[in-house]
Design a protein around this ligand. Structure first.
Ligand code: GLN
Length: 454
């Protein structure tokens, strides 16, 4: 995989940092321990992985795709990083991302865009475009992403790979640099559903260092992926969400989705149309809640506690240094979100914006609850379009935000969701993804249905 990275990554830019030495020494340690007759530390011992550059890694840079953290080397490992190391998974390096995970194309990285291996003039999705592109380009069999509004599933969809957002609280956020704490969730990127399940079981589990981590057994996702592989969905009820298709969706995406539903029916599933009327407001609620939380979380990059410091000439006040540093350290999308969020949280506007958005969030969660009384999982296209061209949406934030139309509801409700490859679009020959959504703590249903379908 290191050879493959050396061969193709200059044209893809999936990696921000490559740790050849570290990966090789971790692989050698696995070889030595197996040679001495020890049991492998996990099913993935010796299988390399690429880590989104938003998880802290002791001794390895962690930039979050931002100038403000350009030279930061964390003194500690995220829980996800620690679990990977303990499982004997060699970490090949850190992957490119939209700055602080804000974006849908990886063009908001301060270190240049990642290119889609299917067509290098197109985006690999975002914010975790580096992770999904590295899997799609065979630079690594596995990667880790984070999904706040779709950043694992949307890149998976447009790169023809598998991506899973586990139930909120299923994977620890300790050492995951926060964007929107009530939505952020780490999860697996892989080329098959079973690979994703194996990785899911390595990284999931309760963590006392994260107060929102769920103290419950890890859902049996590997068993479910193996069961699903026999392709029998008899007795499984699948809901097609009426509100997540139609106008604004490409014809090739809708055709692929219809074919996917027909295939699920052939595999024995019972297909039911369900209505989730408040999903239509998901995008609006998300773009108040996520920027609000981001404006608070990113206050720590003030040049005093964390982040780039410029203009500290002994003459300027602390406030002037903070202001100059944040001006230089953050890109335009991050600044836009901080301003939006600060406004939404300001006194006099808090109830009208943040308060209303939280109420909509509750209504969306209730839509899910009602739907899951009728069906086991819900399905929709993962994204309304295939990969768009680099530069096409960068000056139009609202067009960029639409990429997450279908993925956001699961984040707002804290549910589990997966994107699984669903063939190529008849419009442009680019990959399309099928989204599967399950109730919180029922992640195994995604793997059962996803493995049967793939
Ligand atoms: N594209 C969405 C945003 O810009 C989601 C990002 C994410 O999931 N990290 O906020």
């Amino acid at each position: 995989h290191l050879d493959r990275i050396a061969e193709v990554d200059s044209g893809i830019n999936a990696f921000l940092h490559i740790d050849a030495e570290g990966a090789l020494s971790s692989a050698r340690a696995v070889d030595e321990s197996l040679a001495s007759g020890a049991e492998p530390a996990s099913a993935l011992a010796g299988v390399p992985l690429a880590l989104k550059d938003v998880f802290t890694t002791r001794g390895m840079p962690t930039t979050c795709g931002s100038r403000t953290l350009e030279n930061w080397i964390p003194p500690y490992d995220a829980t996800v990083t620690r679990k990977l190391r303990e499982a004997g998974v060699p970490i090949l390096g850190k992957t490119n991302m939209d700055e602080f995970a804000m974006g849908s194309s990886t063009e908001n990285s301060a270190f240049g865009p990642t290119r889609n291996p299917w067509d290098r003039d197109r985006v690999p999705g975002g914010s975790g475009g580096g992770s999904s592109a590295s899997v799609a380009a065979f630079e690594t069999p596995l990667a880790i992403g984070t999904d706040t509004g779709g950043s694992i599933r949307q890149p998976a969809s447009v790169t023809g790979t598998v991506g899973v957002k586990p139930t909120y609280g299923g994977v620890s956020r300790y050492g995951l640099v926060a964007f929107s704490s009530s939505l952020d969730q780490g999860g697996p990127c892989a080329r098959t559903v079973l690979d994703a399940a194996l990785l899911h079981e390595v990284i999931a589990g309760h963590d006392p260092l994260d107060s929102t981590s769920i103290d419950a057994p890890v859902p049996p996702v590997v068993r479910a992926a193996r069961e699903g592989a026999d392709g029998d969905l008899a007795g499984v009820r699948i809901g097609v969400v009426r509100e997540l298709s139609g106008e604004g969706y490409q014809a090739g995406v809708l055709a692929s989705f219809d074919a996917a539903v027909a295939q699920l029916r052939e595999l024995g599933a019972e297909i039911v149309e369900v209505s989730c009327p408040h999903f239509t407001y998901g995008l609006s609620a998300y773009y108040l809640i996520a920027p609000s939380e981001c404006s608070s979380n990113l206050a720590r990059f003030d040049a005093m506690r964390y982040g780039l410091r410029v203009g500290d000439d002994g003459e300027r006040s602390a406030e002037e240094v903070m202001s100059a540093s944040r001006e230089a350290g953050f890109g335009p999308e991050v600044k836009r979100r901080i301003m939006l969020g600060t406004y939404a949280l300001s006194s006099g506007y808090y109830d009208a914006y943040y308060g209303s958005a939280q109420k909509v969030r509750t209504l969306i969660a209730r839509d899910f609850t009602a739907a899951f009384e009728q069906v086991d999982v819900l399905v929709s296209p993962t994204t309304p379009t295939t990969a768009f061209r680099i530069g096409e949406r960068i000056d139009d934030p609202l067009a960029m935000y639409l990429a997450d139309l279908c993925t956001i509801p699961a984040n707002l409700a804290g549910n589990a969701a997966m994107s699984v490859p669903s063939g190529l679009s008849g419009d442009d020959g680019l990959p399309v993804g099928l989204q599967i959504m399950a109730p919180a703590l029922a992640d195994e249903r995604l793997y059962r249905v996803g493995a049967a379908y793939e």
